[in-house]
Design a protein around this ligand. Structure first.
Ligand code: GLC
Length: 724
């Protein structure tokens, strides 16, 4: 359909029909007994059948049969025959569930993440989904926040690469000619990850400079990749709820970045403009949101209830509504919904693609590449004929999908026990004991029995695998934790089994960096498995027995202590930097803990070791229009083949404003056999040196710089260069 045809449809719509096109509701409003619900539990939403028959989109419907039925019934009642748009939270998989995004990010594998997103899109498309509320690209520095699990970490450059990869995986070339591609919605615009104290929905107060320097790049990367939608966030920016923030949605998103797509509030976020105290009434909240440029209102109904009054009393111009409707109909048109309202929804295709072997194979590959080996006192990899005690609440647990995997079914998960059994030579060599409950708050006598059974099993074994972690519901939205350690009853289990005097390998199932100081001292090895998804058990076993050499690297620092938060690698030097090893208390430090995180950004071990040498620059300085080519040699000096993630960091020694002590500016994942050496190149360009200078102009400044390269953000070799 051409744009003029869309404009004609809008011309023929009544004001109410246009307003209701901006409403988004859940599928319950489209079931038979809606009349009773509207006069019953849903009365407070003050909407009627007319709203429902003209609603523009639905979230959280998720199978072909239901979606086709809703669409069919809806079109019978919709005067303008405008099809519904179906949206859903497809965050890290649909039926085949991949590791949580914070885990996927540790693969540093852009192509792999794009492939996971592409599979997610295909599985969602055949179930009738048109748009996913993903990628979540909020930069995070506070692991107390439960939603760090949805993020790709603490670095703006890396987050931007993943944002592009997710969008490309979901949308392909953005033409939607491929029926297995779906539109996507980047979120949460903007700065949600900076909620104070990591407490969800809490205040965000960051400078404009920090907003631009750290928090905005990943959203812009998604927009530049063609992301079709943007979702607001629950927080304030500069004292204004983002859903009422014209600077964010009109000045930056539309005017500076040229975004032409659809914007949507987060759930009830328009109503929360009132609760934040930035609106006098619900009508005022509706006014502020539509003026700020929020096109769709998710689940609250202030647009439906008050926009008509605002237009008829000339408080707002009808053109604000027309522009929102045009953007929504344009998206529906891009997806071909006017020609085929059912698009790819097809029960037979669901059977063909959901959880198919190829998708499971990718899930297994993604999970193994997402895991991070945090410690290994040469106990890994295990021999396949070892006598193993597998202990802990995650030893044989199917609930390893992680939050935001609602369309996945844990029944399809491969547990750690199942993964290990598929590897070992003698099945009787594996003894499995739960040892304690996962989310036990208080101890009771039954737990003593669990503990003793575990201890007995350990005494029989050569090696112990301890599978601990967070309950899935301890992470994700509305799951902030002030204490980010492993639950006490699981620590008690660990203490007990250590008495058996055998090496203990900790395998962690969690959705955030945890405080692991005690475990780092006591465990012989620690494998961070995150919530690894459908194929988790197989992927962990692939690593434990050496069929996959771990290569994951952290994208979010693990604090030494919760009191250290926020701790992140791209920090500022301050005027009194703490020099490791120097004993001077008059520096920026704590009396009782080190400044360094327990495990830093970019960190992860391998079964082999890599040696970096011969860092060289083809010249010592460059100017506008030129570049410098840096090269480094990496050699595999161990006994296993493996992937190494070569990381390039730059430090601007002096700028018109303070500059981080280092910033990731490039990385490359390379494969090396034992004894093999490779040269890796990195091109330093003016673009790599740009930042928001003292007048907020985005440019490079002349001066001295340092270049660092290594396998994490700490163990680096360096060189200097100048931009003149
Ligand atoms: C939630 C989340 C958002 C999600 C939306 C729809 O509150 O904040 O990330 O996409 O509602 O489920």
């Amino acid at each position: 359909m051409e744009l003029n045809e869309i404009k004609n449809i809008i011309k023929n719509m009544t004001l109410e029909e246009k307003i209701y096109q901006l409403q988004q509701l859940t599928p319950e409003f489209f079931q038979n007994d809606i009349e009773t619900k509207l006069t019953g539990p849903l009365q407070e939403m003050e909407i009627d059948k007319n709203v429902i028959n003209n609603t523009g989109s639905i979230l959280a419907a998720y199978d072909a049969k239901t979606i086709k039925n809703i669409q069919k019934e809806y079109l019978k009642n919709n005067r303008n025959k405008i099809p519904l748009l179906f949206m859903d939270d497809v965050i890290h998989g649909f039926k085949t569930i991949f590791p949580i995004p914070l885990g996927l990010a540790c693969s540093w594998d852009i192509e792999l993440v794009e492939k996971c997103a592409s599979i997610s899109a295909k599985e969602a498309a055949v179930s009738g989904i048109h748009v996913t509320f993903s990628p979540m690209v909020d930069l995070v520095r506070d692991p107390r926040w439960g939603r760090v699990m949805e993020s790709t970490g603490e670095d703006p450059y890396l987050n931007s690469q993943f944002a592009k990869a997710f969008v490309k995986g979901y949308q392909g070339d953005n033409s939607f000619s491929d029926i297995f591609k779906i539109a996507c919605c980047v979120k949460h615009f903007a700065g949600y990850g900076a909620c104070e104290a990591g407490r969800d929905y809490n205040t965000v107060d960051i400078s404009e400079r920090f907003l631009y320097e750290f928090y905005l790049p990943s959203y812009k990367a998604a927009i530049d990749q063609g992301c079709e939608m943007v979702m607001s966030a629950f927080n304030l920016i500069d004292g204004i709820p983002t859903s009422a923030n014209k600077k964010l949605f009109r000045d930056i998103l539309r005017n500076e970045w040229g975004f032409k797509g659809v914007t949507i509030s987060d759930w009830n976020a328009v109503e929360e403009i009132l609760i934040n105290g930035v609106a006098e009434s619900k009508q005022d909240a509706a006014k502020k949101a539509i003026e700020a440029g929020i096109d769709i209102e998710m689940m609250s109904t202030n647009y439906a209830n008050y926009l008509k009054n605002l237009v008829e009393n000339k408080i707002i111009d009808e053109s604000l509504i027309d522009e929102a409707v045009e953007r929504i109909l344009t998206l529906k048109n891009k997806l071909g919904l006017f020609e085929n309202p059912y698009r790819t929804a097809d029960e037979e295709l669901e059977k063909k693609y959901h959880l198919c072997p190829e998708h499971r194979a990718t899930a297994r590959e993604a999970a193994a590449n997402s895991m991070v080996l945090l410690k290994n006192d040469e106990v890994l990899p295990l021999k396949k004929d070892a006598k193993i005690a597998l202990i802990g609440p995650y030893s044989d647990n199917k609930n390893i999908l992680g939050r935001w995997s609602d369309r996945g079914d844990p029944e399809n998960s491969i547990t750690l026990k199942e993964g290990i059994l598929s590897k070992i030579t003698y099945k009787d060599n594996l003894i499995v004991e739960e040892g304690c409950k996962l989310n036990q708050k208080q101890y009771d006598t039954n737990d003593e029995q669990l503990l003793n059974n575990a201890f007995i099993a350990c005494k029989e074994a050569d090696v112990i695998i301890l599978a601990l972690g967070e309950d899935e519901d301890m992470t994700g939205e509305a799951a902030s934790r002030a204490d980010i350690s492993i639950p006490d009853n699981q620590i008690r289990l660990a203490e007990k089994i250590l008495e058996a005097g055998k090496p203990v390998i900790l395998v962690l199932f969690n959705g955030r960096p945890l405080v692991l100081k005690w475990f780092n001292e006591k465990m012989s090895a620690i494998l961070e498995a995150w919530f690894p998804g459908t194929e988790g058990g197989n992927a962990i076993a692939d690593i434990l027995f050496g069929d996959v050499n771990p290569s994951g690297k952290l994208t979010m620092s693990f604090p030494y202590n919760v009191g250290q938060i926020p701790v992140y690698y791209n920090s500022f030097n301050t005027g009194r930097p703490k020099i490791p090893g120097e004993d001077n208390k008059y520096t920026t430090c704590f009396l009782d803990i080190p400044n360094e995180p327990l495990y830093p950004f970019g960190y992860g071990l391998s079964y082999t070791r890599y040696k970096y040498s011969n860092l060289s620059l083809n010249k010592e300085s460059f100017t506008y229009g030129e570049n410098i080519i840096a090269t480094v040699e990496i050699e595999n000096i161990g006994n296993y083949s493996g992937f190494e993630i070569v990381q390039w960091y730059i430090r601007d020694i002096a700028g018109s404003v303070a500059r981080p002590v280092k910033e990731l500016k490039g990385f490359e994942k390379i494969f090396l056999k034992p004894g093999e050496k490779k040269k890796v190149e990195f091109v330093i360009t003016e673009e790599k040196l740009k930042f928001y200078t003292i007048d907020m102009s985005y440019k490079a400044e002349k001066g001295r710089f340092k270049l660092f390269v290594g396998g994490n953000s700490v163990d680096l070799i360096e060189a200097e260069f100048k931009f003149i």
